[in-house]
Design a protein around this ligand. Structure first.
Ligand code: ADP
Ligand code: MG
Length: 507
């Protein structure tokens, strides 16, 4: 259990996260304008009349975004609501042309209901983190304050892009239920899980640096061992795992100090100051915004049939957690290797293709990938980004080629040194399969023990003084003898066979 030591005793931290991920789709949630608003695109070029809130324009729900939400919901083991609604959340800000954000109100079922993800808790055991809901909403536009000395501008390209907001659950009525985030580390793990699921399903890039994933962090503290929840503060708009952890710890200590000095915590909205890692009050409870939610009269209730849910369920790929378990249980990989091979879906697909269901290939292929291929990112995406790979974009080493190489090695057709050479030739762009490359360069393994023995005898005969030294205790010379045989056979002898015969001969 994570605790923070105060002056008067230990304190626990209670954390609730509201995470926004930007949904991948071609067009925006209620308009046909492109949802791709990256910084290279000229401002205000991807804006429909709906996104600019022209009078009389009607929103039309993008059903693909609903499918994305359902997919994500299934990925977090959640109930999908058969009926949910959209409401207007009203506030005034220059980046919100409508004067309200279309969202799904907290009082009603959201498109995605109660779910959970599993992390490893601070005590080292698996821990379920309950999720209360995930709902669809519109993103706002972007204010630009750095383009003119005295004017600010608004870029509407992001206006109306689809967000999915995922809110963790706190079981206030049943405080024994500790399935919530209770340390900075658990918060990070939870966010990584959300990111992993979103990426694996192609629901979002979930990239904090790019802003396609951001989190509001609710923090409260209570004395260790007690089980009522105290008042919390919410730190808005966090976009880095590191800052989130710093902010939680700072905010918890701030609250502890107030409580230990006899003060009380007032519900408030905080800002995180990146410069010094502190939090400060943005709005207190008295200034809290009243959003005056009301049902959006322009949008029908969102009705989702069982058939639609089942259709999407059938398209769900294996999630990275299940893939990892398969690598460990079926292929016998260790946890660390399984973890690395599932860091991106591209990597695990590559690995699965190379293994091709032949379990005996799994370990050698994993070793080659982790120790050699990961140094060559052109082969697959190991950067943890979702990147669209063109079907004909070359991979320098294909999974089929590595599989063939590994098979040749295990059939003793080539030795390890030759395999490495072929591998390097492939990296250098030599065409052909490993078999073709081996043939072309006359690489094959000498496994005929008679022939090897003959070479060994010659090496021994030609190096009598080294043999004497070896016999008088200079055992380090063993490598010299093996090396001489390998040289004489142009690297083609099977080193294991050489070792064995050499040991016998030298006595
Ligand atoms: P709001 O309507 O103010 O956004 P919600 O009820 O939606 O509040 O809760 C937002 C987040 O805050 C949720 O993740 C919830 O679990 C969390 N939360 C609620 N109460 C507390 C508390 N006492 N301490 C920490 N987090 C809390
Ligand atoms: Mg909220």
């Amino acid at each position: 259990m994570f605790t923070i030591q105060g002056k008067t005793g230990d304190w626990e931290v209670v954390i609730g996260l509201e995470t926004h991920i930007e949904v991948l789709s071609n067009s925006k949630i209620f308009s046909g304008a492109s949802a791709n608003y990256n910084p290279t695109i000229a401002p205000n070029t991807q804006v429909s009349f709906v996104d600019a809130a022209m009078p009389g324009m009607l929103p039309v729900l993008n059903e693909y975004c609903v499918d994305q939400a359902i997919k994500f919901g299934l990925g977090i083991n959640a109930e999908i609501s058969h009926i949910s609604r959209f409401a207007r959340k009203q506030y005034f800000y220059p980046d919100l042309p409508q004067g309200y954000q279309i969202s799904q109100p907290a009082e009603e079922p959201p498109v995605v209901g109660r779910g959970w993800v599993e992390i490893i808790g601070d005590d080292g055991n698996p821990k379920k983190i309950l999720i209360e809901r995930a709902h669809l909403e519109q993103d706002a536009a972007k204010n630009k304050h750095d383009m003119h000395p005295s004017k600010s501008f608004v870029d509407l390209n992001r206006s109306g892009v689809t967000l999915l907001e995922i809110v963790t659950f706190l079981d206030v009525k049943n405080p024994e239920n500790n399935s919530y985030i209770s340390s900075p580390d658990e918060a990070e793990q939870y966010l990584r899980k959300i990111r992993e699921i979103a990426r694996a399903l192609g629901v979002s890039k979930a990239n904090m640096e790019e802003g396609s994933m951001r989190a509001d962090v609710n923090v409260s503290v209570r004395r260790a061992g007690t089980n009522t929840f105290n008042e919390r503060c919410e730190i808005k708009n966090m976009v880095s795992f590191k800052f989130i952890k710093t902010a939680i710890e700072y905010e918890a200590r701030r609250q502890i100090e107030i409580l230990e000095n006899g003060g009380t915590i007032d519900r408030c909205t905080m800002r995180f100051n990146q410069g010094d890692g502190t939090t400060s009050v943005l709005r207190s409870k008295e200034d809290a915004l009243d959003y005056r939610y009301f049902p959006d009269p322009d949008l029908l209730p969102l009705v989702i049939t069982d058939e639609r849910i089942e259709r999407i369920r059938k398209t769900m790929p294996e999630l990275p957690e299940a893939t990892r378990a398969r690598y460990i249980n079926v292929y016998g990989l260790n946890e660390y290797d399984a973890e690395r091979l599932t860091e991106t879906v591209d990597v695990s697909h590559w690995f699965d293709t190379a293994v091709g269901g032949k379990n005996e290939r799994a370990k050698p292929i994993a070793n080659w990938m982790l120790s050699e291929l990961f140094a060559h990112p052109e082969n697959f995406d190991i950067t943890n980004e979702i990147r669209e790979r063109d079907a004909d974009e070359p991979r320098i080493i294909t999974p089929e080629n590595l599989a063939e190489l590994v098979d040749m090695l295990s059939a003793n057709e080539i030795n390890g040194k030759q395999a490495k050479e072929i591998f390097i030739k492939m990296l250098d762009g030599e065409t052909g399969t490993p078999k073709e490359i081996a043939d072309k360069h006359g690489m094959k393994q000498m496994t005929d023990t008679g022939a090897i023995e003959k070479v060994i005898d010659e090496v021994i005969a030609n190096n009598q003084s080294q043999v004497e030294q070896y016999k008088s205790g200079k055992v380090g010379l063993f490598g010299f003898f093996v090396g001489s045989v390998m040289k004489a056979t142009k690297g083609q002898a099977n080193p294991a066979v050489v070792n064995e015969i050499m040991k016998k001969k030298l006595g």
